[in-house]
Design a protein around this ligand. Sequence first.
Ligand code: NAP
Length: 508
Amino acid sequence: MAMAMRRAAALGARHILAASVSASSRVASRRHMGSVDAGAAMEKIRAAGLLRTRGLIGGKWVDAYDGKTIEVQNPATGEVLANVACMGNRETADAITSANTTFYTWSKLTASERSKALRKWHDLLMSHKEELALLMTLEQGKPMKEALGEVNYGASFIEFFAEEAKRVYGDIIPPTLADRRLLVLKQPIGVVGAITPWNFPLAMITRKVGPALACGCTVVVKPSEFTPLTALAAADLALQAGIPAGALNVVMGNAPEIGDELMQSTQVRKITFTGSTAVGKKLMAGSANTVKKVSLELGGNAPCIVFDDADIDVAVKGSLAAKFRNSGQTCVCANRILVQEGIYEKFASAFVKAVQSLQVGNGLEESTSQGPLINEAAVQKVEKFVGDATSKGANIMLGGKRHSLGMSFYEPTVVGNVSNDMLLFSEEVFGPVAPLIPFKTEEEAIHLANDTNAGLAAYMFTKNIARSWRVSEALEYGLVGVNEGLISTEVIERQIKSLNLLRYEPTM
Ligand code: NAP
């Protein structure tokens, strides 16, 4: 949004996060809730008025026009949590019309007025932290500790953009002719279509909606069919905060129909999407007809390089956090752990020991640090990748199979001697599998790390300051964590290479 960000992006900026203190606890909230029963959790959410199952169009909660619904299931138990409206093109068209109408009033408010409403939304999200976290754990499976952390993280985007709303400055450009003055006015572009994934049911929405609303745009959000309940609860709180009817609309259900309607509409001026590379490419192509702006946050394939000179405890702790957060289901998860020969054996054995201590279970249980994968298809993908690796010579050091808990639980897994001809190297596994890849030299590590089309995030563990700068600059990634495994924050964008386009642009 701010000019500095755009310029930085134009230069292919990378952000280097070096840990100055012990690993950040920002994402993992310190708050304790104890174990919670699923029935009691649903009751608490219902009592707070946050169990919404209909779409939100023009400030009204609406059923699908043909009455169709889809089930939202708890991936830890298979239990049906709710039936939500299964919407398509007609509901999306109405949501766009409502957003377009509201644009003419919302965009006319002062930045300060918009900022106040956003700030109030932030405060409501935080005061309903427990209910939102319970919803996320129930529909997505992540442990409560991570879900509470996601509420902090998700709300931080609204707070940040409430502040930024007041700082959307223009530019004065030195004129080329003496009698001219050149000014740049920044104005909201109109309706934004926001399509979000299931792995961060709250934060991926607030990250898109925050900047859009702050600048005066209005939004139609389409959350994933797997996690609509968190999105609807957050939208309810937006209404309570005074964000006007029609400024934020939510439709969910038939993804291709909703996507097509958003892409074809001339009223929608921007598509902002977080999700898989395959769907992102479709949306980019589909947006060409109406020449829309697009912001794409797509898949990752993050390398995590452990050099011989790393502090082994820091490297194990950081790699563990980077790999196993949300059971390996984040775009910035360490997908390939490259370990230098001299430290390989020592690191591998300490890492395996640390992974062994991860507690698999229902996220509502206090002891759980690894929840289920989102669904059966996700488990099958993990099985395929692990099978491919072992058939080509990799060795299972830990785990390597479905967890005895059944459902979509998979054992936290470490695979040794992975090489670049294996799926575990070339594609995003999106599950709790850590592939260890040995390397000899710094040059080889950089080459292996950059040997992918994804350019989202990378990690490095070394005590050598000169090397940390040298390698950070050589890594073709938007975010580089140095001696740090948790690197997402509300204040920096991340992108580089072909698979991710700048994100703080949905608004201008
Ligand atoms: P996905 O299958 O691409 O789905 C993302 C969203 O797109 C969902 O809302 C989905 O709807 C919707 N969708 C699917 N097909 C569509 C179509 N034809 N038209 C319009 N919308 C469509 O991705 P996912 O499995 O939910 O998320 C995991 C992926 O997201 C991973 O690759 C991960 O790396 C990436 N991700 C990236 C970032 C980042 O910052 N770069 C952050 C988080 C996740 P339904 O779910 O209802 O089908």
